[in-house]
Design a protein around this ligand. Sequence first.
Ligand SMILES: *Cc1c(COP(=O)(O)O)cnc(C)c1O
Length: 349
Amino acid sequence: MGTATLSIDLDAIAANWRALDRMSAPDVQTAAVVKAGGYGLGIPRVVQALAQAGARRFFVAVAEEGAAVRQVLGPGPQISVLSGHMPGDTEMIHDLDLTPMLNSIDQITRHLESLPGHAFGVQLDTGMNRLGLEAPEWEAVAPILLEGRPALVMSHLACADDPASAVNEAQLAAFHAMTDGIGVPRSLAATGGLLLGPEYHFDLTRPGIGLYGGRPFEAATPVVGLSLPVIQTRAVAAGEIVGYAGSWVAEGASVIATVSGGYADGLPRSLSNAAVLWDGAIPCPLVGRVSMDLITVDITHLPEVPRSLDLLGPYQTVDDLADAAGTIGYEILTGLGARYVRRYAEGAR
Ligand SMILES: *Cc1c(COP(=O)(O)O)cnc(C)c1O
């Protein structure tokens, strides 16, 4: 088979959710962020695993994702839409009982006019300048909104992966100033904020990346493995080039494996001449350019030609690969292509 295999450990996702849940006080609810198809790992199985672990509140980016999550969960668990109530979303929000996190006066008007009495939350901007009402807007509409009993009032931290950043405390103070005494459940922390400590937890935390084994949750159980089949091998003499633009030149006689997987599968082109694949515990350098469907790997030092090489696994995490590519684990995960065979493991732990 020429298709690579992405293995996803559902027990590890469940274990990560429980570990993050234990980090806050028992009266703090731990939600699960499953936007972008569960960070690229696949909505049905990831959502099922999180629900079985105990998650009762889910966050998605857009209403369409919420529909997919509702299909898995059935009625009951709360599904919040971070992009709020967009034009065209009304029917879906109503029919699938989604809870939009309203971000602007426009969205508030749309929601209250089209779905009076339907659940909603409010997103506030405390300094990130991305989504949510700013302080003066909030001040103007809070009395009306709070009458409608929002399910949640939330904000998002811009620098939570850096505990030393002064922005964290500034946003915390801004959130307090905007929400103290409102008598409605509040949420500020994603994975990074959860790890900053209890003063960031409020009533509900919203971890995403930590569930999937990524930084900044350093204690996470790894979730993802990616094994790429070797399609063919060839001997290359000293001075010969490998791949587009001849960006790698053999210094000596070499054995090169051509491996299935390329930038169309979410392997960033910046991994060219920069990544390592693994044959068990033996590292093998990726040589030459990453092309659309293929990479080339120097396996001169291997005793035997392996059937496949691991790009993600026990010796290389998503964050290791992200470092090699000059990006972040989030981008590697969500970029993992649609072409892989996804193999879900559970029941092992
Ligand atoms: C993506 C996102 C999260 C989850 O963030 P992680 O860093 O993946 O834990 C939480 N809240 C909001 C508003 C987000 O956009």
